[in-house]
Ligand binder design. Structure first.
Ligand SMILES: Nc1ncnc2c1ncn2[C@@H]1O[C@H](COP(=O)(O)OP(=O)(O)O)[C@@H](O)[C@H]1O
Ligand SMILES: [Mg+2]
Length: 255
């Protein structure tokens, strides 16, 4: 049985990629959020950032002063796996390998697959933060992941791109994807406007797994490596997302 089918059968997804057609929709932010949600539930988590040249996880995880080696050093044989992994001060269960500042050659899919397979026994969850676009991220997802989270905002152009992502994954034989809608407006939530969210779900053609409101604390704290309280709605939403990914039924939380 393939890793993807096995994960679906047990309802637990160990290797997850965050993907989107457009950049700036919140993949890296939600990667950190889900990682924290997992870590708070006691899971040992590793985030791997693939956005070569556009490193950001070091700042979000508060590890810029700890990072010596990156994914490029690891793939190009300049360091061991343990040297490339940095632990985040946000939570002892939360670790990361950050993106290369520059790369000598494009990342090789076979190398990435080997790396991810080698890491599976050592972590409860591997969360791969992909670059935007339908090229590398689709191929890397098909090569490594149990599940792809398609991240979109309610913006119509983003929704269309999310739909393209779902179709590109399917064309590559990868059917295991869920939709994560980010930056949902307070008013949409207060109106309990499920029809607006329905339009997004229909537009992307992927089953909904989570909704994250637009929240100022994400930019003020989460993206600056500052911990949010466990009672903060963003933390509670991330924890609920972690649970749903493990097949535990929890209702969608909005506030
Ligand atoms: N739910 C949210 N509420 C407020 N700001 C957000 C939210 N999600 C993401 N952002 C902000 O949007 C910007 C882009 O997010 P990022 O995670 O870097 O996107 P991507 O990785 O998809 O390019 C960041 O400044 C981030 O703080
Ligand atoms: Mg990013």
């Amino acid at each position: 049985m393939s890793a993807e089918k096995q994960a679906a059968a047990t309802n637990s997804y160990q290797v997850i990629t965050l993907t989107s057609g457009k950049g700036g929709v919140g993949k890296s932010t939600l990667c950190v959020g889900l990682g924290l949600g997992d870590a708070l539930r006691g899971k040992r988590v590793l985030l791997i950032e693939f956005d070569a040249g556009l490193r950001g996880l070091d700042l979000m995880l508060g590890i810029s002063d700890r990072v010596v080696y990156d994914l490029g050093d690891l793939l190009e044989g300049r360091c061991t796996i343990s040297k490339a992994i940095a632990e985040s001060p946000l939570n002892e269960n939360l670790n990361a390998i950050v993106a290369p500042v520059s790369l000598e050659a494009p990342m090789d899919l076979a190398d990435i697959r080997l790396l991810v397979e080698g890491l599976r026994p050592h972590f409860d969850r591997l969360i791969l933060d992909m670059p935007a676009g339908l090229g590398f991220s689709v191929k890397a997802t098909a090569a490594t992941a149990d599940l792809a989270l398609i991240v979109t905002t309610p913006d119509r152009i983003c929704v269309r791109d999310g739909g393209q992502m779902a179709r590109a994954l399917q064309k590559n034989g990868f059917e295991s994807h869920r939709l994560l809608i980010n930056r949902v407006d307070e008013r949409m939530i207060r109106r309990d406007s499920i029809t607006d969210l329905d339009a997004v779900i229909d537009g992307v053609g992927s089953q909904l797994i989570g909704v994250m409101p637009d929240d100022p604390d994400i930019q003020l704290k989460l993206t600056r490596g500052i911990a949010l309280r466990e009672s903060h709605r963003v933390t509670r939403i991330c924890r609920a997302l972690s649970q749903r990914l493990d097949g535990i039924y929890v209702p969608l939380i909005f506030s």
